[in-house]
Design a protein around this ligand. Structure first.
Ligand code: ZN
Length: 199
């Protein structure tokens, strides 16, 4: 198909890479950008550029930030001795929106998955262990996804910390096995956090 020409086709293909965007939506967005005032369309381009140029991993928790520390790690009202371990930043955002957690986080940047070549050395596990030992962390809340790989990752970490004086808990299983944190609703996540149990 296409009466678009190579430049529009390229834009459509780029938009189609976005999650949840199929061909039809990509065409609609590309058309919107084509007829939008130049300033408006380039504002979007600049916003994407800025995100890639300015955001980096928080020195403490590996959440995204523009500074050394993310807004959560630099918030003195939060309990820095309770660390919730998540696979991805999007899990952190889901838990934050539940409003049930007042500690800080540690983003693993993935989960152990031998089939995908993801060994523990590719995650931020070493940094987590170091953090627990140097910062006097008193509780680790495992909030990896309730999947085989998420559970395996949590187990691996809890074994590493078995001899450390840190309490290890995990989210209550209100979340159906196999579902991902991202899709759990706020109430469910809040319940899972409040009802967390020993690992
Ligand atoms: Zn942080």
């Amino acid at each position: 198909m296409d009466g678009y020409g190579p430049t529009m086709t390229h834009l459509i293909e780029q938009l189609e890479m976005l999650p949840g965007i199929g061909r039809k939506s990509a065409e609609r967005l590309a058309y919107f950008l084509m007829i939008a005032p130049t300033e408006k369309a380039l504002g979007l381009a600049q916003a994407i550029r800025d995100v890639k140029a300015k955001l980096r991993a928080c020195k403490a928790c590996f959440n995204f930030t523009e500074n050394e520390l993310c807004t959560i790690c630099s918030d003195p009202r939060r309990d820095h001795q309770v660390v919730c371990v998540v696979e991805q930043t999007k899990d952190l955002l889901s838990l934050e929106s539940s409003g049930a957690f007042h500690g800080v986080y540690h983003v693993l940047q993935g989960r152990i998955s031998p089939l995908e070549g993801m060994g523990p050395e590719k995650l931020t596990i070493d940094a987590l262990v170091e953090r627990v030992r140097s910062a006097g962390v008193r509780e680790i809340v495992m909030a990896t996804n309730p999947t085989v790989e998420g559970d395996g990752t949590a187990l691996f970490i809890s074994n590493l910390l078995a001899n450390d004086p840190v309490k290890i808990t995990r989210l209550a299983r209100g979340i159906p096995t196999g579902s991902v944190l991202e899709f759990a609703n706020r109430e469910m996540l809040a319940d899972a956090m409040r009802g967390r149990q020993s690992f």
